[in-house]
Design a protein around this ligand. Structure first.
Ligand SMILES: Cc1cc2nc3c(=O)[nH]c(=O)nc-3n(C[C@H](O)[C@H](O)[C@H](O)COP(=O)(O)OP(=O)(O)OC[C@H]3O[C@@H](n4cnc5c(N)ncnc54)[C@H](O)[C@@H]3O)c2cc1C
Length: 418
């Protein structure tokens, strides 16, 4: 290829595409290199929830104890494949050390500010021509409970959200049904998180690719970055499966793959791919008005135009794309409630899709300049919130490269903190 750009973005998931968008709008020449066709990452298969309500990082007190209990249950939403893997061992060590009240208290305002700022940008993007099909809907999200345990968890999160200044409503069973009479999941109440939104992530990704092409961003699919050329304290070029691409600045935004890629540059990023599953029903026989989280089953249900998507599970099995059918049972139970046509043997369920959430040890993303290089920005580790935080991350990346002050405080997102 032998071309040179102001900025080369490595990885074309939501983070890479949003970074390219804001960089281009600040006048840079930008190329995005993706080892697939932008659809291989987590950004296509996720639940499409844009959620300020998700205020607590996955590294929180009690998570390790709960995780250990779940390990013995083949249907549980959480699983770690036992294996000898030094990166996983180091990650688990760092993760359990971060499961503290202090980590949660530090993360809450950061996650809130990122989400709220990003929602403003999502709103702007959704108004661009060509973004009509993403179906951005901001009518809130219901977290349903049907047991004392899930009720306690939902109400505790409601308290945290209220203290953080979010608008919530604690609802009885009948008040929940008033909001959406189509809810079929057994429940005795819910919490409504009013600021939450949702969209169709696949349509968003398609619209972003079209937008970047129209804006003159150079998009290289099937182009895997395998190594880097170095000149003193700068990365001068990416070595790819299609030749070298030179750059003044580099953005490392390869999702879960940023860990191994960063190691080639001696950037230590403790990131594990945390596998999640989703099942999408096209033209479902019933449709919801509002997205749901079924807290007892750890399943999300998102209505999208002409589709209903069921998502869940978090397994640490490395980069293994094999679907563990037992762990899809909670998702399938919910599918059967809303789409009983799949209860017959004649109508097989659509294939389960999987994606790797890039999870850091403390549950916060890593966004900032890499210490050991003058021209490398890291933007990854968004865990369960990459769709929510995509646009604000892209804007922060553009600010960092052009020397502007990001609009949110990013001190706790420093990629050199690990
Ligand atoms: C089941 C599920 C449900 C989820 N639900 C939600 C939700 O409701 N709301 C929310 O906010 N988030 C959700 N998430 C999380 C969200 O999807 C991720 O945080 C986000 O997609 C991560 O984006 P990314 O751009 O960092 O990585 P990815 O989307 O994984 O993209 C990384 C890209 O880098 C490319 N790449 C990798 N290595 C190389 C290389 N060497 N050279 C070139 N390219 C490379 C890959 O091909 C890929 O396209 C969910 C995730 C899953 C799995």
């Amino acid at each position: 290829m032998d071309e040179k750009y102001d900025v080369v973005v490595v990885g074309g998931g939501v983070i890479g595409l949003c970074s390219a968008y804001y960089l281009k709008h600040l006048g840079a020449s930008v190329a995005v290199l993706d080892k697939g066709d932008y659809s291989d990452g987590a950004s296509w298969v996720n639940a499409g929830l844009l959620v300020p309500s998700h205020l607590e990082p996955i590294a929180a007190p009690g998570v390790v104890a709960q995780g250990l209990k779940w390990l013995a249950d083949p249907e549980s939403p959480f699983y770690i494949k036992p294996r000898i893997d030094m990166e996983l061992t180091r990650w688990l060590w760092g993760f359990q050390a971060a499961c503290t009240k202090k980590n949660v208290e530090r993360a809450i305002p950061v996650l809130r500010d990122l989400a709220l700022a990003s929602l403003e940008l999502h709103d702007d993007l959704s108004k661009l021509p060509g973004f009509e099909k993403i179906g951005l809907t901001c009518g809130g999200l219901l977290m349903l409970h049907n047991s004392p345990k899930s009720e306690k968890a939902n109400l505790a999160l409601a308290d945290v959200a209220e203290t953080a200044g979010l608008s919530i409503q604690r609802l009885s069973q009948s008040e929940t049904h008033d909001i959406d009479p189509e809810i079929r999941t057994p429940m005795n109440g819910s919490v409504l998180f009013r600021e939450d939104c949702s969209f169709d992530p696949e349509q968003f990704m398609r619209a972003m690719v079209r937008q970047l092409q129209a804006d003159g961003v150079h998009l290289f699919s099937q182009t895997e970055v395998t190594d880097f050329d170095i000149e003193s304290d700068r990365v001068s070029a990416m070595n790819t499966t299609k030749g070298d691409v030179a750059a003044d600045h580099v953005v490392l935004s390869a999702g879960s793959w940023t860990g191994p890629l960063g190691r080639k540059l001696k950037i230590r990023l403790p990131i594990q791919p945390a596998t999640g599953y989703s099942i999408t029903i096209e033209n479902p026989s019933s449709q919801l008005r509002i997205p749901l989280i079924v807290t007892d089953e750890h399943v999300t249900i998102t209505p999208m135009a002409g589709r209903l998507r069921f998502g869940g599970t978090l397994t640490l099995v490395g980069f293994d794309e094999t679907v563990d059918e037992r762990r899809t049972l909670p998702l399938r139970r919910q599918v059967m409630l809303y789409c009983p046509e799949f209860n017959t043997d004649d109508t097989p369920l659509p294939a389960t899709q999987s994606g790797f959430r890039p999870c850091t040890t403390d549950g916060l993303p890593a966004i900032g300049m890499a210490n050991n290089w003058k021209n490398v920005v890291v933007a990854t580790g968004h865990s369960m919130l990459g769709m929510t935080q995509g646009p604000i991350t892209g804007q922060i990346v553009a600010d960092l490269i052009t020397g502007s002050q990001p609009r949110v405080d990013i001190s706790s997102l420093n990629p050199n903190r690990f």
